[in-house]
Design a protein around this ligand. Structure first.
Ligand code: PMP
Length: 462
């Protein structure tokens, strides 16, 4: 895996291109801050992310331990950057690669893995993770059934943080000529922060401050695993690949701040990264506020934004989820909310509550829409599973289709469509018509803010 013949003119394999990624100072987004804020751009890795590093180390470590032999198969439940890294390294070292993923994963992501020659089994996303058909159970079964199979499991593999201890940490130390004072990275498996952070602390005699960035809702920043939009970071529970002794501080970043910074990085710094890169930079800027002019804040940008063009970089998407205002003149969804008097409250029931109790609640509170949520308030958008309306319930009752023991989930309609608070009110009518709905959930920064009905819109426009 050395450069060809020592000539330095080319490499023998793309594997040799893993690591030694460049660092670039952030000028515009860090304007006015005392320290230098420097981004380490991991999309310069051949597979496009920091996960190439861990893929290489996990496969080499498995070879060394005799877990992976010629003709072996790498099996992993993954569809993202780790899959790309593993596909790349496995094919170069002569292994078959077999991935499983839930069927909600975009076809583009699956196509990337297949393009590298990996096999992908698509499993139902609708079953719980411990169900035998889930993508995780399927991977475990395949790993047990296929002779010579090896499952890297990045969440429990010491080679994950180890790869960053051996490469990312030393690269930052040498490129900054020992000047780095703060290291900031998003925390997913925790491999990056634990390995890089441990190296930088050791080499600096404990001087480097290590700061993790975490999406609001995830466990690292005190959440309970409620959903958020930014991909690849955060966890519902602490994995073995994370060493809680390493970070000095965890900064919680909202989806709204992560997405705004991701878009600014593309427009102002020429850095096209995903939401977790924006999240890490947002945290780095916050950490930089407490730092001095001689400090150097290094922030890791883990992947490219190319995989997120249809979401974070798509105006229709950001407007729908309340991350940006729609252009144009006129009353907005936020105006509809402001005119509600009293403000329409978001009222929720669980999917397993009885229909009888739900009907009583709707009567008592005079609700036009009772939302069905899988978790207690404050409810996040993906947790809204459906809605009960008096009209639909009355139809079911009239048909005699409601039994005394029926659950809410048996009679709910699909969840109301989201409408960002910065959207034009007039356009909400089209959204409602498309969804066949009578209300939309008003969303600000990805979070449910209220409920706007067809009647609200008509009252404002009329
Ligand atoms: N950003 C993205 C896009 C990722 O895929 C990951 C890894 N899951 C991370 C950040 C976080 O890195 P780590 O797993 O090392 O904590």
């Amino acid at each position: 895996m050395d450069e060809s013949g020592g000539s330095g003119r080319w490499h023998e394999s793309v594997i040799d291109l893993i690591g030694d990624t460049p660092m670039v100072r952030l000028r515009r987004v860090a304007e006015g801050l005392a320290p230098a804020v420097v981004a380490k751009l991991e999309y310069f890795n051949p597979g496009g992310s920091s996960k190439d590093r861990i893929a290489l180390r996990m496969i080499l470590a498995a070879e060394e331990a005799g877990l992976l032999r010629p003709g072996g198969t790498v099996v992993e439940p993954t569809s993202g950057n780790t899959g790309v890294g593993l596909a790349l390294v496995a094919q170069q070292r002569g292994y078959r690669c077999l991935f499983t993923c839930p069927d909600k994963v975009s076809t583009d992501k699956i196509a990337v893995l297949r393009a590298y020659g990996a096999e992908v089994r698509v499993c139902p996303a609708s079953v719980p993770v411990d169900h035998p058909d889930s993508y995780r159970s399927t991977a475990a079964r395949l790993a047990a059934e296929i002779p010579g199979a090896f499952s890297p499991n990045q969440y429990a593999n010491a080679a994950n943080p180890e790869s960053h201890y051996r490469t990312t940490g030393p690269e930052i130390w040498s490129r900054s000529r020992g000047g780095v004072t703060h290291f900031v990275a998003g925390v997913g498996t925790g491999g990056t922060i634990s390995g890089t952070g441990r190296y930088l602390k050791e080499v600096s005699g404990g001087r480097v401050r290590v700061i993790g960035a975490d999406p609001d809702g995830s466990v690292y920043s005190g959440g309970t695993g409620r959903p958020y939009v930014v991909e690849g970071v955060g966890q519902p529970s602490l994995p073995g690949s994370y060493d809680p002794a390493v970070p000095d501080r965890i900064i919680k970043v909202s989806d709204a701040d992560s997405i705004a910074m991701t878009r600014r990085l593309a427009r102002e710094e020429g850095i096209l990264t995903g939401g977790s890169g924006g999240m890490a930079v947002a945290a780095a800027l916050e950490a930089a506020r407490d730092a001095g002019p001689d400090d150097v804040v290094v922030v890791l940008v883990p992947d490219s934004g190319r995989g997120y063009l249809s979401k974070i970089f798509d105006d229709a998407w950001t407007e729908r989820f309340g991350f940006a205002d729609q252009s144009g003149e006129g009353a907005r969804v936020s105006d509809l909310l402001d005119r509600q008097n009293p403000r329409r409250e978001l009222v929720f029931v669980g999917p397993h509550e009885s229909v009888t109790a739900a009907v009583k609640l709707m009567r008592e509170r005079n609700l036009t829409h009772l939302l069905v949520a899988s978790a207690p308030p404050p409810v996040r958008l993906p947790e809204i599973q459906g809605v009960l309306t008096p009209a639909a319930l009355a139809r079911s009752l009239a048909r005699g289709a409601v039994g005394p023991d029926d659950q809410v989930a048996d009679h709910m309609e699909p969840p109301p469509p989201p409408a960002g608070t910065g959207r034009l009110a007039a356009d909400v009518l089209a959204t409602l018509a498309d969804a066949g709905a009578t209300a939309a959930v008003a969303v600000a920064g990805g979070l449910p803010e209220g409920l706007v009905t067809e009647a609200d819109v008509l009252a404002l426009l009329g």
